[in-house]
Unconditional design. Structure first.
Length: 400
């Protein structure tokens, strides 16, 4: 494949130097790994940013990817800016509550020759579920993502020959009957708002147009881990493009907007951080992850997600009543050793009197019982079950 005749900045060598410098200056917050080497001997590197003084078990996990296509320089520039920001006092809360892995140059051989795909004409980290062979770049990505099991993923790209038109924040396809589209749409809008404040007009929509190339990391991470995943595009052209400072600032502000979601509570789910704890269904009737820590809830989420096709007949009893709610569902999959939660939402701010599961009264507990909270117009209840076997279940909630 003939590479485009454009300057490559930053180069792979410059990225490696930058990583070493940031590690030397902030050894407590930064870990650098050379995961593998390409066929031509270049390092495939990852940098992890987190505060070691806060418990790993409580942290949200984020993966930031750049440089998957070697002739897209803006994402590599943005990745360096993101890493520089993560070691500043402004990012202290973020690295306390989250573990963030940045892969700033995922395709070093393509970067070196300024080529979209690898010099072997491979779209690395794409179509991994159907492609039989694996490149070192593929394996480095799979190693990171299988270990991290990210709650959120950002795959950063650039658009050649786009002139000074617009940036994009894109989402993938989502499983039907989940709240994922609603959640990611809100996250995307925050990113768009931040990017436009930084000086770049934006578009946002799903990655669903004809000619889209490859089933990439956004789809892969959502399919396997239910990661809340987005892809960004920055306008980049041979002859006319936004100033590098604008591109860097825009990319940085977008990522900061997404990372804020990992630091806060979302009123419609029971767990803090990225709102992926509601695994299936809706806020009013759904299946939630279980666990006291982010690590436990992450493992529960992924286990439930792997058995998503085996939940049947999740429904409210009809007709619904104001102060009595009945939920029936059937599960036919493999045992869920980490358990799950059943979430309900009822109109009005009410006090819970009793919660029962198959006639057994539950106590207040976030592992083997129930929790409840309210928003401005409704009352939520999540009933937690320590383990799930095949069978039919009936949940009852009574309000005062």
């Amino acid at each position: 494949m003939k590479p485009l005749n454009v300057p490559v900045s930053p180069t792979g060598e410059e990225i490696t130097v930058h990583l070493k410098a940031i590690k030397k200056k902030h050894p407590k917050l930064v870990k650098i790994r050379t995961l593998r080497r390409t066929k031509r001997g270049r390092p495939i590197e990852a940098a992890t940013f987190t505060d070691p003084d806060s418990a790993d078990s409580s942290k949200q996990h984020v993966l930031i990817l750049a440089g998957r296509h070697g002739n897209e320089e803006s994402p590599r520039m943005q990745a360096l800016a993101i890493m520089d920001w993560l070691v500043t006092p402004a990012a202290a809360e973020t690295v306390q509550k989250q573990k963030i892995v940045v892969m700033p140059n995922l395709n070093p051989d393509a970067t070196h020759v300024d080529s979209y795909w690898s010099p072997d004409d491979v779209n690395v980290c794409a179509d991994l579920d159907s492609r039989k062979s694996r490149t070192p770049e593929d394996r480095a990505f799979e190693e990171v993502v299988s270990s991290l099991q990210p709650d959120a993923v950002i795959d950063m790209h650039a658009r050649g020959h786009a002139g000074c038109s617009y940036d994009m924040v894109l989402s993938g396809d989502h499983r039907p009957y989940t709240e994922d589209h609603n959640v990611i749409s809100r996250m995307v809008q925050d990113m768009v708002t931040a990017g436009e404040k930084a000086g770049a007009p934006h578009l946002s929509h799903p990655m669903s147009w004809p000619g889209w190339v490859g089933f990439g990391p956004v789809a892969y991470c959502y399919k396997h881990f239910k990661s809340l995943s987005v892809l960004t595009e920055t306008p980049e052209s041979n002859t006319h493009r936004p100033d590098a400072r604008v591109r860097i600032r825009t990319g940085l502000e977008r990522v900061k907007a997404l990372l804020k979601w990992g630091n806060r509570d979302y009123e419609k789910v029971h767990a803090p951080g990225y709102p992926s704890s509601l695994v299936l269904g809706s806020y009013s009737l759904g299946i939630a992850s279980r666990g006291k820590t982010a690590r436990q809830r992450r493992a529960s989420r992924i286990e439930i997600w792997s058995q998503a096709d085996h939940f049947e007949r999740l429904a409210n009893e009809k007709p619904e009543k104001q102060k009595v709610k009945g939920i029936a569902y059937k599960y036919k999959g493999a045992p869920l050793k980490r358990g799950l939660g059943i979430q309900t939402r009822s109109r009005g701010r009410m006090k819970v009197r009793e919660v029962t599961l198959n006639g057994r009264r539950l106590r207040i507990s976030e592992t083997n019982g129930y929790v409840t909270w309210q928003d401005q117009c409704s009352t939520y209840v999540v009933a937690f079950i320590p383990a799930m076997q095949k069978g039919t279940y009936k949940l009852g909630v009574m309000f005062e």
